[in-house]
Design a protein around this ligand. Sequence first.
Ligand code: PMP
Length: 379
Amino acid sequence: MTRSLDDFATAKLAALEAGSLRRRVRQVARGVGAVAVRDGVGLISFSCNDYLNLSQHPAVIEAAVAATRRYGVGAGASRLVTGDHPLYRGLEARLAALKGTADAVVFGSGYLANIGIIPALVGAGDAVFVDELAHACIWAGARLSGAAVVRFGHNDVGDLRRVMAGCGFRRAIVATDGVFSMDGDVAPIDALAVVAAEAGAWLMSDDAHGIGVLDGGRGSPHDGVSLRMGTLSKAVGGYGGYLCASVPVCELIRNRARSFVYTTGLPPGVVAAAAAALDVMAGDAELCARPVRLARMFTGAVGLPEAASPIVPLVLGGAEAALAGQAELEAAGFLVAAIRPPTVPEGTARLRFAFSAAHREADVMRLAEVVRERVMGVA
Ligand code: PMP
């Protein structure tokens, strides 16, 4: 007999709990700068992707307020119906200029972008080659497309060449993160572009964690990348996703991506905020460089390999170890995310440190000291 739905859910939750894999949505209020308030206690957060602290920038907030006053809170319809308010054009032009493409399309979120773009371009008879550590929404888009989904070893160009040679396809996409969200390393885009081009495949890079913080804000390398995707939800400080590509590709996406066609456009205030945030970035190279500089200060101080991005992982192994590390740091006044399977592979649970322009150097050095003493056990 089928169990009741509640019994099913309760048993599943108990299994997660037993493996230290149960997650809980805990309320965290963002304070000023890098401060987060959890259960009434102020902690310095190293767990937020607002790398440039632009969500709190006065000009960005002002732009959101002004657009909201002028156009209202919601877009009211899909962009193809009547939801394409005038602010989109300016945002897409800024994104295309930043990423060096002729056009750009903005989506409701990065996740929606990936699950829309990939199925709009490939399907049955085609293939998507995905780096094994690529973000969940690339995998989701690839699976939704109905194309064959083939994994290649992380940043392993030789393995990509090998799996592509063993697989017949009509059209193909090679998809990777530009900066890997849980490891902080950067994809070898130049080499991937060569292999993809040789095989007649299109290269797609998800630069969610590179825009705003690498190469003066332009993000991770993108020469040879035909599909330059990313999000407005991290360094850009607000919410939304984008694709920068050629005019025909963007126009096809506007016609075919289901998560563009069948969903309501972003609120006007959110679009205006993103445009204002890109303007702040464009005028402040020092701001864009700061998160990686602080991440490197940290990796130098704790003896980890030099950070390539604002994300630094400290792999601890089991889920319990990651949770214990998180608790130690919380007791010392720091909010740091413990990342466990299935977000990362089994046996690689970790602490993930995200550095922000809002951190003070003294915060970073104090964090390094606590990590060395209480998590790594180094005196
Ligand atoms: N791609 C990557 C690499 C990400 O890390 C994330 C966010 N976790 C996304 C896409 C999804 O972006 P968004 O939060 O805008 O949906």
